[in-house]
Design a protein around this ligand. Sequence first.
Ligand code: 4UV
Length: 508
Amino acid sequence: MIHRSPLPDVEIPDVTLTEYVIGGAARFGDATALVDGRTGETLTYAGLRAAVTAGAAGLAAHGIGPGDVVALMSHNQPSFVVALHAAIATGAAVTPVNPALTPGEISEQLRLSGARVVIAAEPVADKALEVADEVFVLGEHPRARSFTSLFTDGPAPRLDLDPATTVAVLPFSSGTTGIPKGVRLTHRNLVANLAQTRAGWRIGPDDVQAAVLPFFHIYGFTIILNSGLLGGAKVVTLPRFELDEYLRTLAGHRVTRAYFAPPMVLALATAPHVEDHDLSSLRFALCGAAPLDVEVTERAQRRLGCLIRQGYGMTEASPGTHQVFDDDFASTPPGSVGRLSPNTEARIVVPGTDEDVAPGETGELLIRGPQVMAGYLDDPDATAATITDGWLHTGDLVRADEDGVFWVVDRLKELIKYKGYQVAPAELEAVLLTHPAVLDAAVVGVPHPEGGEAPKAFVVTAQPVTGDELMSFVAGQVAPYKKVREVEFVERIPKSPTGKILRRLLRP
Ligand code: 4UV
């Protein structure tokens, strides 16, 4: 059975991502597009458009254009947005890099994506300079050119590209198995997802969006940043989640739409002082990226005075596939992820088969729609294993009720989500296997009080070593959010006859 959205299909404009998001900026003129919630720096829609044009002209004069990849490594700040759309407006693709990555991890993403230049935020510019030949800085740095020094008055480059086949953004995701891979999201994929979500959420010039979840992750990128700009909202950026600052921002900017990941909802449900802030402007709060507890949701929404509903999606789907539409906010249960977005089809199949489950039963979610990626970069095998006949295998177990409301029941794929961030077990296993005392290793997610889940390693040793030694060994080579937080020594790792780790036998 094919499930369909209750909303009619929407038309997907045949334009580039930047034309779609920034092109309309003329309508909003001197209205504020972006505010740095920490420094107070603001950028109007007209200012954003002018800066994107000057940045694109400068990058083009520097030789960046179609076929190139630009790496963008920054926390949320208005200049991230200028650099992002300037690079995309040259016809290049942007690969967003998590600034928390280690130099080794950054170097790997640059190599895999083929990025020619890096645009880095000031605090991480040194790290970028360690691994990249050409770095432009969002701010100032003694050893690198500032990004704004590139700006020229010339017109934005004229592009003759096909939005349907040209990659705009290359985020990295491990998908259902293995190590992180470049996800080829075309202009059309991203424009489609913005047009689709817009049909269910009425974001307008009266809205103020708090943007603390990172723009380098697809949730922050599409759902928070670009959908906000498309609607003409004011987007208030924060570099990281610190509860008091966040609450002051919600109250001070009269935020109407808030976007959470589960650890933020937990903090709001339990922290003192939430009620001391005037949050009466909040009309909409969305949570996604990992499972959210219903009881925690109810506690947090009582304290916020605003309903919290979930969104669902994945990097490979640009990301949105399910939404709780504005009109259904109160009537949709908080534990669900709502209904299918327009132009989106779903099937629920018996895992490992092409057979649909009976109505109401749980199975693996498959998605078909214009937001589904063009494939993984340079990895036809992973692409073929993930998309069959146009159907994207999500690796998530879901069920749908008779009203077309979906619930995420469990995760089938090996991916671990720590605070909503992807952690690929295969990456940690590869690091563990380089330790001289380790003969074999397997990593799975286990429940974690703040992270939701966290990596636990099962290790077979050749010589004595402590769990702490192994955890520090891994921590020295991976970004902090990927750390192994528990080690158990075992005699052997359970494997299938073909050598695949049988993770379900290791999960709690
Ligand atoms: O690829 P990724 O890191 O992508 C994301 C996307 C998040 C969002 C959040 C709000 C939206 O409205 C939206 O459209 C997308 O995190 O990880 C994808 C995996 O994260 C899990 C699930 O296992 C996906 O395959 N995940 C995402 N949202 C939920 C979730 C959720 N609401 N409940 C449970 N798991």
